[in-house]
Write a protein that binds this ligand. Structure first.
Ligand code: ARG
Length: 590
């Protein structure tokens, strides 16, 4: 028995048996097992109510008759005590002996992985995240896709899936004409070497303002673009150079964020794969010509029956939709993906809905299995005034600057904490702690919000040492760790056999929280919403604090000491595992 779902399944089967022997008709009875209101129990079976309503009998009496049968069941007796709440909910309060057994099974990360690993076994998931347009600095808006995407990858891997991290960079298209124009005339070689993205962005901006002012520059930029699109060898060489430099620049930030991609198959990769898309979609009648363009309508859909999905522009050029169609096919055929996840902001919702509808028809017509597709979308990051955050100059804040500022701010705070405690720390360790805290705080602030809503960015909130923040959780983990430093040799031996069943309210609350970890992973992976895991970890840390404040760990009674040390161990393991799924490493002290 490894997690909540196993228990729920077991309880469900016993409730069905009891209901049958109490004379209920199983064809219409649904046990309806779910987590209980903690004031009344741990697990609840609510099926008596709708059944009684349908059969016009008294629900409480009906629940009572099921409960009577359950109480005769040895399987149930070993697990829980029973009661009835409200109009007829059957409540199961798990027995301390059972809880202890359960806590024992979580014997470390491997056991957790094994338990969670059934969830996504045999899945191969291509996760397309980050995916910025090249030759530009990343700004604050890019962080969400990177951080949410990476966490989703880690969660899926933990739950048994094979994951391909694909950075679908925007590395093809119109900006290159203007960029090349300026690159050939105004390049600052040294600047390019120091910070490639900064210099490329400067050149692109320069090219486009020159083209705005001067018709002849615009014309030359167009020629550059045409040469590139025709595969002119010099243009291709320059494009490759720009692309390599861009990826090199992006990687410096991915390194700070601890993200590594398996591939960078950007838009350019699909440019020779679009003919097949046009041909197949035309042959199957899914696409049609409209005003010179090739488009797909979805007559069954309210909006997309009129709003076209343009897959080839009237000038014959491919676009974002074309490459995304080709990309879906490639992910299916080359990677044999069972699932495709694309992480972008919510403004691309229509695009991906239309892509999904089109792919469903296309794959069906061509007798291919369509991977399960999810568009994981997120809202924008706003400042405290509720508007998207900008730097003082009015430009979006660069991601690199944001991370640096967070590390600098964390440095000041952490240093102060050490000074307050009069604890010695050398500069190197301080820098290490500051960079873990600074980067983690930014990641966590993002992950802990329901991703579909906009979120409000606040330095004070995200770096606070209390509240639902990374510093709080990191600190909680160091506190648990410090307990182990106080233990004597031998204290950690044979914990499983020495431990006595949990008794105090705080022990039971913490043990039940520990048990809830795998269930939380299920919810998080099912919804692809990392905030469920964050909320859980925050609650775990709070439950641990309450336990630690009320229950002394190092006591004389061997059984009591062992069961409490066991809880500290489990809490630490789960905090570490949970945080690492969020891309956050734990610290020895802070
Ligand atoms: N480059 C795009 C952007 O910056 C995101 C790409 C997402 N992935 C995709 N397959 N469309 O908005």
């Amino acid at each position: 028995m490894k997690d909540w779902f196993d228990v729920a399944k077991k309880i469900e089967s016993r409730v069905l048996l009891a209901a049958e022997s109490a004379g209920l008709d199983l064809a219409v009875f649904d046990a309806d097992v779910r987590p209980a209101d903690p004031r009344f129990g741990d697990v609840q079976a609510n099926g008596a109510l709708p059944y009684a309503k349908r059969h016009k009998t008294n629900p409480r009496q009906l629940a009572q008759s099921i409960l009577a049968k359950l109480e005769e069941d040895d399987e149930v007796k070993g697990v829980a005590t029973l009661s009835i709440a409200g109009p007829g909910f059957i409540n199961f309060t798990l027995k301390p002996t059972f809880i202890l057994e359960w806590v024992k099974t979580f014997s470390g990360e491997t056991a957790l992985r094994e338990s969670a690993g059934q969830l996504k076994a045999n899945r191969k998931v291509v996760v397309d995240f980050g995916s910025p347009n090249t030759a530009k600095q990343m700004h604050v808006g890019h962080i969400r896709s990177i951080v949410i995407g990476e966490t989703i990858c880690r969660l899926l891997e933990f739950c048994g899936a094979k994951v391909v991290r694909d950075n679908h960079i925007g590395d093809w298209g119109t900006p290159y004409g203007k960029l090349f124009y300026a690159y050939k005339r105004e390049l600052d070689q040294e600047a390019l070497e120091n910070d490639p993205l900064e210099e490329l962005e400067r050149l692109y901006k320069l090219g486009s303002s020159l083209a705005n002012e001067d018709e002849s520059v615009l014309e030359e930029s167009r020629q550059e673009l045409v040469a590139l699109q025709n595969g002119d060898s010099q243009s291709m060489a320059l494009w490759e150079r720009v692309n390599d430099l861009s990826i090199q620049g992006l990687k410096t930030i991915y390194e700070v964020l601890d993200v590594t991609y398996d591939c960078y198959l950007g838009e350019s990769f699909y440019r020779d794969k679009v003919e097949q898309v046009y041909n197949e979609l035309c042959e199957s009648g899914i696409a049609e010509e409209s005003k010179g363009a090739l488009v797909v309508f979805h007559p069954e859909h309210k909006r997309y029956s009129k709003q076209p999905f343009i897959i080839r522009k009237s000038d014959g050029a491919s676009n974002y939709a074309t490459t995304d169609l080709a990309t879906m096919l490639y992910r299916k055929e080359h990677f044999e993906a069972t699932d495709v996840i694309i992480v972008t902001d919510a403004r691309q919702k229509d695009h991906f809905e239309q892509l999904d509808l089109t792919c469903q028809k296309w794959f069906q017509a061509s007798k291919r299995d369509l991977p399960d597709f999810s568009h994981v979308m997120f809202g924008s990051i706003n400042g405290e005034d509720g508007k998207p955050i900008k730097s003082r100059s009015g430009d979006p804040i660069r991601l690199r600057e944001l991370l640096n500022e967070s590390i600098e701010r964390a440095y000041v705070i952490v240093k102060e904490k050490f000074e307050e405690r009069n604890a010695a720390i050398d500069e190197e360790e301080l820098m290490h702690i500051a960079s873990v805290v600074g980067v983690s705080a930014i990641k966590y602030a993002d992950l802990s919000q329901n991703r579909t809503s906009d979120y409000q960015f606040s330095w004070n909130k995200l770096l606070a040492f209390d509240g639902n923040t990374a510093p709080y959780l990191l600190y909680a983990a160091t506190r648990v760790q410090s307990i182990f430093r106080k233990l004597e040799a031998g204290d950690q031996n044979d914990l499983e056999s020495k431990a006595s069943p949990y008794e105090t309210a705080e022990e039971l609350a913490l043990a039940k929280k520990v048990i809830g970890f795998v269930g939380t992973l299920h919810t998080t992976v099912d919804t692809l919403k990392p905030h469920f895991l964050c909320t859980y970890l925050y609650e775990l840390a709070g439950t641990f604090s309450a336990f630690y404040a009320a229950n002394t760990v190092i006591v004389d009674d061997e059984g009591q000491k062992a069961r409490r040390i066991l809880l500290c161990k489990r809490t630490l393991e789960i905090l570490k595992t949970g945080l690492s799924l969020l891309g956050i490493p734990t610290l020895e002290r802070m």
